[in-house]
Design a protein. Sequence first.
Lengths: 176, 274
Amino acid sequence: MKRRFLILAVISLLVFLQTGFVAPLFGADRGPDIVLMFAMAAARVLGFEASLGWSVVAGLVYDTATFSKIGFHVLPLIASIYLVSFFSRRLVADAQAGGILLMAGWALAATLLLRFSHALYWQKEGMAIVDAVKQAFSMQALFSQWFANFAAMVLGIWIIRALKRRFAPTAGLVLK
Amino acid sequence: MRKFFATRLFKVLLLGAFWGGFLVFFGNYAPKGVSNIFLSLTAPVRSAIHSAALTFKEVGGFLGAIGSLKKENEQIRMHNLDLEAENALLKDMQRENALLREQLELLPRDKYALIAASILSMDEAGRGTWIEINKGEEAGIRSGMAVVVSRSILIGRVEEVYESRAKVMLLSNPKSAINVVSAQTGAKGVLKGEYGLGMIMDMVLQMDVLNKGDSIVTSGIGSEMPRGLLVGGVQQTHPSEDHLFQQAVISSPVRFSALEHVFVVKGALEEKNK
């Protein structure tokens, strides 16, 4: 029970950091999505089963805190958890260099997904689709967000590993 | 087939179908009661996080600007001299304006009851579409009220009100539309948010004059928005796509992402002059 409250507190803190810290610090569409990055990091460190349930919880907390419709953030989170799990099993990720490359690849995939969602948002708000895609996939915006996402994911993996070690003697961070 | 039901892909598809269906068919927001309890309880933490972000940003900006401080200081000194001269002129005009308003039985300016509020959070992508403030129904805030900084610079209006917090739609939100007028030429138009990236003054008649540098203020027509609140300056003008109207790119004097406190305009403070 205590562990579940701790995980819920960490998820809430991540969402609050995204809406209260990352957004004003980085400005429009440039910063990392730390909730998404930490969910992917959790899938990498704890595995698919342990992180799937919590990714739904994280999505719901995210929806509540950002005045979004229920389910809006849940879908990308569970999709990213699955992608990380899918590629983790198929690609060599244990070697240090391979692991870093894989993380950079996930961060790039997540960044492309985020940029795509930005393009959709702008198109929905009336911007011509060509301009929306140009703006969303400008090299500067893409690379700065990729780098920020990669840094957030590395930090996420480091923190979740530390938490896992801290709780290892009992049962690990597993949703039961 | 039974094997497929046990796979990860099936679990993800099932969850995706459930939440996707919920999103498409119901499109509900989090129940007010739940979000109220959760977000009100965590308001102090969120306020502290937002303040920390601004402090962090300020320190970073200061360190980055050390090299250009001397040049900037000189520019500010010159600008200050210009403003002092302009201020002297405006004081005279203010006195004249007060007399005229008195004769026309208009409400004096700057006499609004303001409610101070701190920002708790903003949209997750930092687009400047909305902010959340720590005052709500309890403080007398209602939907539609204007939100300002520095007494009279408009930044948006209250969109949703909860017990102890409210969501403010910023001027750069594409859903925002406010009637505005040029303070210099009187050209009227509608200020709209542009994809969360900036603001545009639309529907300005071709025969109206709109110059670069003009101050754009609220016209007070058709909403609860008071008249005369500054929204920004004209950066550039161009004809609309159909060439029926003029459009102007408006730059706000405030950076929405750097705000920590705002004021909600509750209403007129004094009775109409008799």
